[in-house]
Design a protein. Structure first.
Length: 642
C-alpha cells in the first residue's frame, strides 16, 4: 500500500485561480475561528502594551497579578529584556479567555512549590542526578557562574542549557537545577495534593514591604556538594510506569468531576469509539483540546505517550524537574527546548529554519506535507496502527483511504454560505492530489521489529531536510513517541501554514495563537479533510498539483468525477491560508528568537531562586520603578498595536 510519487518533483508550482466567494455570506466554522483568533491576538497585544509601558507599569501589574513583590534582580531582568528588544513584559491573565501574559506559564509551574519547604526543594534539586539511571542532569550555579555540571549518559541537554543561561548567570543566586534527560514529562501530582499546595501559596500572598529585603539569602544548607550531606537526602520517589496505560497515572491529577476520574471511563471510551466516524470537530479552544482530564479517556489508545510510554520514570511527589514539554496534568517546570535553541542557528537540517525552499505563497505547492519517523517500538505490536503518526500517514494516504468515507463540511445548496456535515465523503482522489505524507527510513530504534512490515506497507521515503518541506503550503507537526517534535519553531518561521496536532504544552504555548499563527488539528484527525478542503477548495474549478487546471467535477455545485462526491462544494480560502502563514512567520521572529528564550529563562530562574530561598516571603524587589531610566529605550512598544 505504497504512497504515490513525491509531488515536489512536479515543480514548478501553482498559479492558483481561486473561485470567488463572499465572506459576508460565508458561515464556515473555520472562518469563525479565524476571526475569533484575530480578536484574541489583538487583545493579547493590547494587554501587553498596557502592562509594559515602562518599568513602573511592569512592577504595578506584577504586584497586582501575583500579590507579592517581584524577586530580587527584577530590575536587572527588565534591563536585560529591553536590551534584547523584548517588549511584552507584563503580567496579566484574563479570567474569561485564554489570554495570559508571556510569562504566566512560569507562575503556573512554580506556584505549587510555595507549599513545599525551601530546603526540601533544594535537597531534591541537588541530588536527583546522582543515580544515572533516573535520567536527570544537574547544573550547579555558585557565585554567579556555572560551577559544575553533573551529566547523565548524554551531554547535549546540559551543554545547551549552560549556553542559554550564560548571558545572565552572573545575576542569579546560588541554585541547583535538575534537568529532565528523558523525552517525557516526569511529575504528576494528585489533584487533592496539588490543591493543598496551591492553597498554601494563595494564603501567603501579601505585601511585606517594610520587611522585604532586596537581596538573596546567603549560606543556606541543602545545596549539592561532592561530600555526603549531613541533612536528610530527599527521595524523589520515581516509579517506572513504562509500557503502562498513562491515563491510569494521569487520572489522579484530574478534578474529581472530570471524565478521566469517572468510574465510567471505559464507557466513555467505548461510546466515543462508536461515534467517532459521525462527529466532526473543528478546534475552537486549543487548551481544551489538549486537556487530558477532558479528552484523555477518548484518546488514550490513539497516542503513544498515553497508550504505553517507553522509558518513563514518573513521580506523584512535587519535585523540581525542568522539562521542555508536558501535558496539562504534569507539574514539571517548563523551559525552552534545547532543540529550539540549537535550531535557532543555521546548519541544523532537522530543526533550523532555512529560507532556501520557502517560496512566495503562490509559488508553493497546494498540498499538505509531512515526513518523519514512526512513533517508536511499542510493546503491543497490535496497537501500531492506532498511534498518532501511523494514523496520520494512513488518514492522508490516497491508496489507504480508497473505498473509505469520512466526514467533511460542504456548502448547503439550500442556504448559500452555510455548511453542513456530510458523512459519506470519499477522500482517496483528493488525498492523492493534495497530500504527501509518508515515513522516512530509520533504524530499529524508531520502529523495532516492525520496520520491515511498515516499509512493505507504506514504502519508506529517503530523509529530506526540514527546509524542503516549505515547498508545501501546509505542513503537519505531530508529536513524536512521547515528546514535542522540536520542529514547530521552524515551521512557524516559514511562510507555510503549520498544522499542529499535539497533547503537549511548551514554554511558548500562551504566546502563539491557534488560527492566527497555526492551524490546530485534533489528535484523532477527524477534521483533516474539512481543514484541507477549506483552504484548497473542493468542487468547481480547481487546480491540481503541478499547475494543471482541472475541469469542473461532477454536476451542479461540483463534485467528483464519475459521480464521486457529487454535489460537494467548498469554496477555496487560499487568502486565509496565506494570512496564517504570514502571521506565524512574522510573529515567530518577534517572540521565539534566542533572545526571547534567554529572557524567559532569566525570569524563570529568578522566580525559581526565590522559591528555594529560606526567606522567600520577605525576599523581593521593593523599588517603585523610578530607579530605572526608561528613556534609555524609549516608552514606545515596538511591535505592538501595529
Amino acid at each position: 500500500m505504497r504512497s504515490g510519487p513525491d509531488v515536489f518533483k512536479q515543480l514548478p508550482t501553482l498559479n492558483v485561480e481561486a473561485p470567488s466567494h463572499d465572506h459576508a455570506l460565508d458561515e464556515h466554522p473555520i472562518l469563525k475561528q479565524l476571526e475569533q483568533g484575530e480578536q484574541d491576538w489583538s487583545a493579547y497585544k493590547t494587554w501587553g502594551q498596557q502592562a509594559s509601558k515602562n518599568f513602573t507599569t511592569v512592577l504595578d501589574f506584577y504586584r497586582r497579578r501575583h500579590g507579592r513583590n517581584p524577586p530580587p534582580g527584577f530590575d536587572k531582568w527588565y534591563k536585560f529584556a529591553k536590551k534584547r528588544k523584548v517588549d511584552n513584559l507584563g503580567d496579566y491573565r484574563a479570567e474569561t479567555s485564554r489570554l495570559m501574559g508571556p510569562f504566566e506559564q512560569i507562575y503556573d509551574d512554580l506556584r505549587p512549590f510555595w507549599g513545599v519547604e525551601p530546603q526540601v526543594i533544594r535537597s531534591l534539586a541537588a541530588r536527583m542526578h546522582e543515580r544515572k539511571t533516573d535520567g536527570v542532569v544537574g547544573v550547579h550555579i555558585r557565585n554567579g557562574a556555572v560551577w559544575k555540571v553533573n551529566e547523565g549518559p548524554t551531554e547535549w541537554r546540559a551543554d545547551t542549557f549552560v549556553k542559554m543561561i550564560e548571558p545572565f548567570v552572573k545575576d542569579l543566586p546560588d541554585m541547583d537545577i535538575a534537568i529532565n534527560q528523558l523525552s517525557k514529562p516526569r511529575v504528576t501530582v494528585p489533584w487533592d495534593d496539588l490543591q493543598a499546595l496551591l492553597s498554601t501559596e494563595e494564603k501567603g500572598r501579601a505585601q511585606h514591604d517594610f520587611h522585604t529585603v532586596n537581596e538573596w539569602t546567603k549560606d543556606m544548607a541543602g545545596f549539592w556538594t561532592d561530600e555526603t550531606p549531613k541533612e536528610t537526602i530527599e527521595d524523589p520517589q520515581w516509579s517506572d510506569i513504562s509500557g503502562q496505560p498513562y491515563m491510569h497515572s494521569a487520572s489522579a491529577a484530574c478534578p474529581p468531576d472530570s471524565k478521566a476520574r469517572s468510574d465510567n471511563m471505559t464507557l466513555y471510551m467505548a461510546e466515543h469509539a462508536s461515534s467517532q466516524s459521525r462527529k466532526l470537530s473543528i478546534i475552537g479552544n486549543h487548551n481544551r483540546s489538549i486537556d487530558l482530564c477532558h479528552v484523555g479517556p477518548h484518546i488514550a489508545s490513539l497516542h503513544s505517550m498515553l497508550h504505553s510510554p517507553s522509558n518513563l520514570l514518573n513521580t506523584a511527589r512535587l519535585v523540581p524537574v525542568f522539562s521542555d514539554g508536558k501535558t496539562n496534568v504534569n507539574n514539571d517546570i517548563l523551559y525552552p527546548s534545547m532543540l529550539y535553541w540549537d535550531g535557532s542557528t543555521d546548519g541544523d537540517a532537522d530543526y533550523a529554519y532555512s529560507d532556501t525552499y520557502d517560496y512566495a505563497w503562490d509559488d508553493k505547492n497546494d498540498i499538505i506535507y509531512w515526513r518523519g519517523t514512526t512513533t517508536g517500538a511499542l510493546k503491543d505490536a497490535a496497537a501500531w496502527p492506532n498511534m498518532q503518526r501511523e494514523r496520520l500517514v494512513r488518514t492522508l494516504n490516497g491508496t489507504a483511504m480508497a473505498g473509505t468515507n469520512v466526514s467533511v463540511l460542504s456548502t448547503d445548496p439550500m442556504h448559500p454560505g452555510a455548511y453542513t456535515q456530510l458523512l459519506g465523503f470519499s477522500p482517496a482522489r483528493f488525498a492523492q492530489e493534495h497530500a504527501d505524507v509518508a515515513f522516512v527510513r530509520g533504524g530499529p530504534a524508531t520502529c523495532g521489529r516492525n520496520c520491515s512490515a511498515l516499509e512493505s506497507t507504506w514504502g519508506f521515503r529517503n530523509r529530506s531536510s526540514l527546509a524542503k518541506q516549505f515547498r508545501a503550503k501546509y505542513v503537519v507537526d505531530v508529536d513524536a513517541e512521547g515528546a514535542v517534535s522540536g520542529r514547530f519553531r521552524a515551521l512557524l518561521m516559514s511562510k507555510s501554514v503549520p498544522v499542529k496536532s499535539t497533547v503537549f504544552r511548551e514554554w511558548h504555548t500562551s504566546r502563539v495563537f491557534e488560527w492566527v499563527h497555526f492551524v490546530p488539528m485534533d489528535v484523532e484527525y477527524r477534521e483533516a479533510y474539512s481543514l484541507l478542503s477549506y483552504f484548497v477548495g473542493y468542487g468547481g474549478a480547481r487546480v491540481r498539483v503541478g499547475g494543471v487546471k482541472a475541469k469542473p467535477e461532477g454536476g451542479g455545485m461540483g463534485g467528483g468525477e464519475g459521480g464521486e462526491n457529487e454535489g460537494v462544494y467548498v469554496a477555496r480560502h487560499d487568502v486565509e491560508g496565506r494570512g496564517v502563514g504570514a502571521n506565524g512567520a512574522e510573529w515567530a521572529r518577534q517572540v521565539l528568537r534566542r533572545e526571547d528564550m534567554e529572557v524567559y529563562m532569566f525570569r524563570l530562574l529568578l522566580e525559581y531562586g526565590r522559591i528555594i530561598d529560606d526567606n522567600r516571603d520577605y525576599v523581593g524587589y521593593v523599588g517603585d520603578g523610578s530607579e530605572v531610566d526608561d528613556s534609555k529605550w524609549g516608552l514606545e512598544l515596538l511591535g505592538f498595536g501595529n
